[in-house]
Ligand binder design. Structure first.
Ligand SMILES: [Mn+2]
Length: 273
């Protein structure tokens, strides 16, 4: 039956309209979206649910023209995947991501400093690709350097040590054998002291001192990229790095509701209201 319909469409006199349709719906014209730092779960259930609803409305709005979705880290304020158990909550977000993925949207999930303990659950359930560190891609003839942004650039020595411990397989195994009520309890306490929960305003340090811009310039001295896209900073940024390169920070969704979108030609920083 479907074969007959397809043949019927091709045999229509308005064949050019058919070609238009093929182009109009081809993935070439779909946009690429980048967002990070939803920090779902923080500071409490009620506020997190409101934020989750906002994110859902945004996902619904972009669904029609979204070809790829890059979740650039810290989607969850804490996530730990036990061998057979995952944390409660976030069903709406997970449901929407599953819907998008089933509809053909390629989804990437970057490990953030808050949710680096993802294993294969999202991949198995939703076909989401997990990214551990940086990801270098080329789209529309542009080169992208993508990373959550934690542990890069000068300074932050304490966190860089901590990151090694957090990412150590033995340490992760030790944590995984703790009963979840203890493990999640420790994580909850730590999460309360995190930046997201404190609600402090992030201050722009200037183009020369923003450490991810410093890091990007360092990379640029070795290799050209059109776009560096990071999260983690909790400050939406769109900075000119010179030589046709830009540093975009996707910001966060506690206050800014910011995201980046690539239309096949350039990356723009946008806000969802
Ligand atoms: Mn972060």
């Amino acid at each position: 039956m479907s074969v007959h319909v397809a043949r019927g469409v091709l045999e229509l006199p308005g064949c050019r309209f058919g070609i238009f349709l093929i182009f109009a719906f081809s993935p070439m014209y779909k946009k690429i979206y980048f967002a990070s730092d939803f920090h779902l779960g923080s500071p409490d259930f009620t506020e997190s649910r409101l934020r989750e609803d906002r994110i859902i409305r945004w996902l619904d709005a972009i669904a029609a023209d979204c070809g790829e979705l890059f979740l650039m880290g810290d989607v969850f304020d804490f996530w730990f995947e036990y061998r057979k158990v995952v944390p409660k909550g976030y069903v709406r977000l997970l449901g929407r991501l599953a819907m998008l993925s089933d509809a053909g949207v390629k989804i990437w999930f970057f490990k953030g400093n808050h949710d680096m303990w993802v294993e294969n659950y999202f991949t198995q359930e939703m076909g989401i690709q997990i990214v551990s560190d940086e990801l270098i891609i080329e789209r529309g003839g542009k080169r992208f350097f993508l990373h959550h942004g934690d542990g890069l650039g000068p300074g932050d020595r304490k966190y860089k040590v901590l990151r090694k411990i957090f990412r150590n397989p033995v340490c992760q195994w030790l944590f995984s054998v703790l009963p979840p009520v203890i493990g999640m309890g420790i994580a909850g306490g730590w999460s309360k002291h995190s930046r997201a929960a404190s609600g402090g305003e992030e201050e722009f340090l200037g183009e020369d001192r923003e450490w991810l811009a410093v890091y990007a310039r360092e990379i640029l001295s070795k290799s050209h990229f059109d776009y560096f896209i990071f999260g983690h900073r909790h400050l939406p940024l769109n900075l000119d790095l010179g030589g046709g390169s830009r540093y975009i920070n996707t910001g966060e969704w506690l206050k800014h509701n910011s995201y980046a979108v690539f239309d096949g030609n350039e990356v723009a920083l946008r806000y969802w209201h």
